[in-house]
Design a protein around this ligand. Structure first.
Ligand code: SF4
Length: 390
C-alpha cells in the first residue's frame, strides 16, 4: 500500500478488513511501499515519514497483526531495489509504455512532471515487490489486474532466459538425438510452448501430448518429459490475483471516498469530527422540508447505512424516509452511532500506538528482517541464474 497518510473508511472496508482475514489463512507479507510514493511525489517528501508511520498505526489499529503477518516498509528491504534493477535489464521498454495506468496517471497528475525514469518503471518495481517473495496470490482490486499480468510476464521472461539448468541444453540435445528426429521435433515444439507459458498447467498438457505418441516408448516419453521439466526451471513464481470484494465505499458527497477528493471519513476521526462530517452530508434534494418524503436511493447517507446498519434499521430508514416519518438528522444520527461503535475500539488501539512510536518502529524493523530472510533466498537464486556468482 502506497503511504498517503491516515487511512479512511474506503481503505478499511476495501482492503484492511480482508487483510485481517487473509492473515489467518495465508503467510502474508504487507508492505508500505514508500519508494512508490516517490515515483509521483518525489518533490514533496516532507510528509513521507509521517505518512509511513500513520499508515503503520492504522494497519495495526485495524487488526493487521505482526504475530500473524509480516508488516514492513519497502525501503527497509533493499533487495527490492536490487531485484528491480536486475529485472530492468530484461524488461522491454514497450511493456512499460503500454501499461494502461501509465498514460492515464500522467494525464491526471497535472502540475507534476512525470516524464521520469522512476515513474515509467514503477510497474516493474511493483513486479519486483511481488516476485521477490515468490508470492502465489496478490490481493488486488480489478483495476490492478494489468499490473499482476505484467508481473507474470516479467517472471515468465526471466524463467525463459535463465531458468535452464547449467549445461542442460548440451545434455538434452545429445540424449534427444538418440531418440530420433520425430521425438526431437516434438520435444522442441513442446519445450517452446512450455517456456512461453511456463506454468504447471502447460507441463501437464505436454505430458498428456507425449502420452498420445504411440510410436515413442513409455521410457522415452518419460525421458523427454524429464528434459522438458529441466529446461524450464521456475525461479520466479508467477503470481495470481486474489480479487478483493469490490465494495465501493461512498464518500461524504456520494462519490468514491478518497483523501484527495476531500470527502473522506478517517479511521481516527474523533466523535465530534465524525458528527460534523455526517451532519454536513448532502441528502436527497427532494427533502427540502422535514415533512417532504424522500428516496434513499438518491441519498449518499443511505449508501453508508447499507455498510453499517442491520436489516431492521435499513427497513426503518427506507420506511421513514419515504413516508417522511423520520428527519434526515434522525437518520444521520443513527448512522453516526453505528460508525462510532465500529471505530471506537480501533481508535483506542490507534491512540496506544500513536503514544508508542518506538513500538511501531520496532514492529516494522522486525517485519523487515523477516521479509529480508525471504528476499535474500530469492535473490541468491536470481544472482546465480544471471551469472552473478563470484
Ligand atoms: Fe437520506 Fe436518510 Fe434523509 Fe432519506 S432520511 S434523504 S436516506 S438522510
Amino acid at each position: 500500500m502506497r503511504p498517503s497518510g491516515r487511512l479512511h473508511l474506503g481503505h478499511y472496508h476495501g482492503v484492511l478488513k480482508s487483510w485481517v482475514k487473509l492473515q489467518h489463512e495465508y503467510d502474508c507479507f504487507f508492505c508500505i511501499v514508500d519508494w512508490h510514493a516517490l515515483t509521483t511525489d518525489y518533490a514533496e517528501v516532507g510528509q513521507l515519514s509521517q505518512h509511513v508511520m500513520d499508515m503503520a498505526v492504522d494497519w495495526l489499529a485495524a487488526g493487521v497483526s505482526p504475530s500473524s503477518a509480516t508488516l514492513f516498509v519497502q525501503s527497509q528491504v533493499p533487495e527490492h531495489a536490487e531485484l528491480h534493477l536486475l529485472l530492468s535489464m530484461i524488461c522491454p521498454l514497450s511493456w512499460l509504455e503500454r501499461v494502461p495506468s501509465y498514460k492515464e496517471q500522467q494525464e491526471r497528475q497535472n502540475g507534476k512532471d512525470l516524464a521520469t525514469y522512476g515513474f515509467l518503471g514503477y510497474p516493474l518495481l511493483q513486479a519486483a515487490d511481488i516476485l521477490l517473495y515468490r508470492a502465489g496470490l496478490v490481493p488486488v482490486g480489478a483495476d490492478q489486474l494489468p499490473h499482476i499480468e505484467f508481473a507474470r510476464e516479467v517472471a515468465r521472461r526471466f524463467n525463459h532466459l535463465y531458468g535452464s539448468e547449467p549445461d542442460f541444453e548440451l545434455k538434452a540435445e545429445a540424449a534427444i538425438g538418440k531418440l530420433g528426429k520425430k521425438a526431437g521435433r516434438l520435444y522442441s515444439s513442446l519445450r517452446k510452448a512450455y517456456q512461453e507459458q511456463g506454468d504447471a498447467e502447460a507441463l501437464e498438457t505436454a505430458r498428456a501430448l507425449l502420452k498420445e505418441q504411440s510410436n515413442i516408448t513409455l521410457g522415452d516419453q518419460e525421458r523427454l518429459f524429464g528434459y522438458l521439466e529441466g529446461s524450464a526451471k521456475v525461479i520466479l513464481a508467477e503470481p495470481q490475483p486474489l480479487l478483493a470484494d469490490p465494495s465501493r465505499v461512498p464518500g461524504l458527497d456520494g462519490q468514491k471516498m478518497a483523501k484527495s477528493s476531500g470527502n473522506a471519513i478517517f479511521l481516527r476521526d474523533g466523535d465530534a469530527e465524525l458528527e460534523e462530517k455526517l451532519r454536513r452530508m448532502p441528502t436527497d434534494p427532494a427533502r427540502v422540508h422535514r415533512d417532504d418524503p424522500g428516496e434513499p436511493q438518491r441519498c449518499p447517507v443511505w449508501s453508508l447505512h447499507q455498510l453499517y446498519s442491520p436489516d431492521e434499521r435499513l427497513h426503518w430508514v427506507v420506511e421513514g424516509c419515504r413516508s417522511a416519518s423520520i428527519g434526515c438528522l434522525d437518520c444521520k444520527s443513527a448512522l453516526c452511532s453505528a460508525v462510532q461503535t465500529e471505530l471506537a475500539p480501533l481508535r483506542l488501539r490507534a491512540i496506544d500506538y500513536e503514544d508508542s512510536p518506538d513500538l511501531v518502529r520496532s514492529i516494522l524493523a522486525e517485519g523487515a528482517e523477516r521479509a529480508r530472510d525471504e528476499a535474500r533466498d530469492t535473490l541468491a537464486e536470481v544472482r546465480l541464474a544471471m551469472g552473478l556468482n563470484y
